[in-house]
Ligand binder design. Sequence first.
Ligand SMILES: Cc1ncc(COP(=O)(O)O)c(C=O)c1O
Length: 425
Amino acid sequence: MAVATSPHSLLLQNPNRPLPKNPISPATRLNTVHLPAKPISIKCAATASQTQDQRPLTHAPAQSQDRVFNFAAGPATLPENVLLKAQSELYNWRGSGMSVMEMSHRGKEFLSIIQKAEADLRTLLNIPSEYAVLFLQGGATTQFAAIPLNVLKPEDPVDYLVTGSWGDKAFKEAQKFCKPKVIWSGKSEKYTRIPAFEGLEQSSDAKYLHICANETIHGVEFKDYPTPKNGILVADMSSNFCSKPVDVSKFGIIYAGAQKNVGPSGVTIVIIRKDLIGNAQEITPIMLDYKIHAENNSLYNTPPCYCIYMCGLVFEDLLEQGGLVEVEKKNEKKAKILYDAIDESNGFFRCPVEKSVRSLMNVPFTLEKPELEADFVKEAAKEKMIQLKGHRSVGGMRASIYNAMPLAGVENLVAFMKDFQARHA
Ligand SMILES: Cc1ncc(COP(=O)(O)O)c(C=O)c1O
């Protein structure tokens, strides 16, 4: 029985006994059931699969057939191979004798992890050397304040192009630290489009133009980018970060919370042109000062070590897939299957977003008969497709199909939609 031969139990029986050289092979580790002396049942929010399978958390990890297709907007599904790799390294990272969670952030092991994560991200996005990469905390929401605090004086004018709720939140926060102006808002049209760039009335003295590259709630995505009349382009890329190639040199600052495409929540990535660093307002808290973080290679204080490690595994995985050109092709294929199903449903399903700016990542849709929406979400969950309810501010449904959503997940969803329509049309 696993419990009798696991290295831990051998140690417990005889603390002086040396551990076997290769105590548990990765394959065995995945399948070994470590039974506690007395099973503890830990309850957590039940998903469709968990309700059928109430094993204690101490048991073997879920195999792929136990996993759901998770269409959540973030925190979101992670690549299965990344989760399995993290699992195999969780207890003893690469022979270090400790978990990444237990490492000093200043030790050589973690330094190798953060440096590799940064190097791989630089390769993925082809980030020029004039840009710094920072791994920070506080979510993208903190960056709504950190950006004006770092690059503006309180009286400086800046422009915000508001194509959804996140752009609106960024604008409102900036009002505390500078003089932002909304040069266009899609609010009156329920955030369903992006304006033509030529017609935009940008302020001639604006220090930056802020956009949200992909509005997670409304499913509106920039397919190309406006050129600021004056100053730099700043983009919140939280929900389409690393989903496709991006010409970083067009931007002064790119920022993104990790929890959609590249890792767990807890780390926020900022890519900033180095000459913009070092101008923070005096009142800027030290934790928001890019100069401090850049000078200390994101290790000024204790960083979110495990989250950075997970992002590193995701970056490796994206590179192994062939980089962002290949990743984009997969994302385009998945999105096309889903949008086609919506558009070919004779109005049973509808996506309100203008076709040319529909997001590859977040697909909002409604039902012709809104009274069926709750049933749709409930029945889908029974089929192991969860988190399809639209954001509370817009209603309807939303399928987030980030990099890690397998093609099979989208195919299953489309098959379910067709079946649902056949039963309810
Ligand atoms: C586009 C966008 N910006 C900002 C945020 C806020 O991110 P955080 O919760 O990490 O602060 C989100 C969160 O969903 C988002 O989707």
